[in-house]
Ligand binder design. Structure first.
Ligand SMILES: [Zn+2]
Ligand SMILES: [Zn+2]
Length: 394
């Protein structure tokens, strides 16, 4: 069986490479993945795979029904791109201004389509079902998952476990990286609106200056992580935007500050958010201004199930060799709405290696120079297919 998986993964590689490049040159933002969705459906049609479109959204769900009853495995690929101007010299670089597949979701689509192709050849041996979820709008917080969930995609047949894949440039091509428990962080954010009192720049005593108060708030927020929360739970708080004023001789009415919070623990994100709120309101009030704070936890942490992760490692080792299945203690402070699937049923989210210094595949996700060694597509197809068959039949 594993030899056949390897052979089929090799066979489909040129086609999924073509799909990847087509998607890479035509990236689409969250909830606008119309062309992407067409490309996915065309592949499914060519391969005689049953699928449905998620209402009027861009999501697509395909299913391979086995000959006999059994478990159902869900395999999820996110499909959206980012508002970034691509700065690579690739011949298939983005043709859309300020839109780029800088998170590698084009690779996720292709590698999962590869698994569709491999697994359709095992139809007679599948006791149960394999569902492939092409999810829109991952970069949009939990928007994409919500669409999937509302559509009832986790039911009929009910999914017993999920696999999620993400490409990472800190893992070498040819390898995958896995971890039990938390593998991607919980994320939240905040928007602070400081209302002061505007006036002439020459007469600050007649105003309540939201710029100065905003600066004090930004400075004070830096000590929440270092002084107020448990150092043994890794956490990050970054203030990322600060907007105030129009003209150099006017003290403005308000300042708006936003930022992001990440942590291994979802509770910790909420805890930090409450402290952001207290700090901003307290500092504003001390200067007779008002602070209105919105935000909180956005996405839970992605937590891998121990048993499923071990099964996954075993299956992956059979097709790419155990030396290429890297166990890690590190998780990223990036987040993924795959967390919601993993909260519903036991799941595995693994990191697919794309790093190759000789072709410049070294830049982090969301960087304008982000690039990938495309041999990773065949690796991804191999490990997902091997795990799917092991899971369904054992
Ligand atoms: Zn991303
Ligand atoms: Zn991503």
């Amino acid at each position: 069986m594993y030899n056949k998986i390897r052979q089929l993964s090799k066979e489909i590689f040129p086609k999924i490479l073509e799909v990847r490049r087509e998607l890479h040159s035509h990236p689409e933002l969250s909830n606008e993945e119309y062309y992407t969705s067409e490309v996915i459906k065309n592949f499914l049609k060519e391969n005689d795979i049953e699928y449905s479109q998620l209402g009027d959204s861009t999501g697509v769900i395909a299913i391979i029904r086995g000959e006999k009853q059994g478990k159902t495995l869900g395999i999820r690929a996110d499909i959206d791109a980012l508002p970034i101007q691509e700065e690579t010299e690739l011949p298939f670089k983005s043709t859309v201004k300020n839109v780029m597949h800088a998170c590698g979701h084009d690779l996720h689509v292709s590698t999962v389509l590869g698994a569709v192709y491999v697994l359709k050849h095992f139809k007679e041996q599948i006791n149960g079902n394999i569902k492939f979820i092409f999810q829109p709008a991952e970069e949009d917080g939990q928007g994409g998952f919500k669409t999937i969930y509302k559509w009832g995609a986790l039911k009929n047949p009910k999914v017993d476990a999920f696999v999620g894949v993400h490409v990472f440039p800190e893992v070498s091509v040819g390898q995958i990286s896995i971890k039990n428990g938390v593998i991607a962080s919980a994320a939240g954010g905040f928007t602070i609106n400081i209302k002061g009192k505007g006036g002439h720049g020459s007469a600050p005593y007649q105003t309540i200056d939201p710029v100065l108060i905003g600066c004090r708030v930004v400075e004070a927020l830096q000590s929440i992580i270092s002084r107020e929360v448990d150092s043994l739970i890794p956490s990050v708080l970054s203030v990322t935007t600060f907007h105030a004023g129009q003209k150099s001789n006017i003290i403005p009415e308000e300042a708006i500050i936003t930022g992001t919070i990440r942590s291994a623990s979802s509770e910790q994100v909420e805890n930090i958010f409450n402290r952001v709120k207290r700090t901003a309101v307290g500092i504003a009030n001390a200067s007779e201004a008002e602070a209105y704070v919105e935000g909180g936890l956005g996405v839970y942490a992605v937590e891998n199930d121990k048993e499923i992760t071990e099964k996954f490692a075993k299956a992956a080792s059979k097709v790419i060799g155990s030396e290429n299945v890297i166990w890690t203690d590190r998780y990223s402070l990036g987040s993924d709405d795959f967390a919601y699937y993993a909260k519903e049923v036991p799941s595995i989210y693994f990191k697919l290696g794309i790093k190759n210094e000789s072709i410049g595949a070294i830049y982090p996700n969301h960087n304008p120079k982000f690039a990938a060694d495309e041999d990773s597509l065949e690796i991804g197809t191999n490990v997902i297919s091997a795990f799917a068959l092991d899971f369904i039949n054992n």
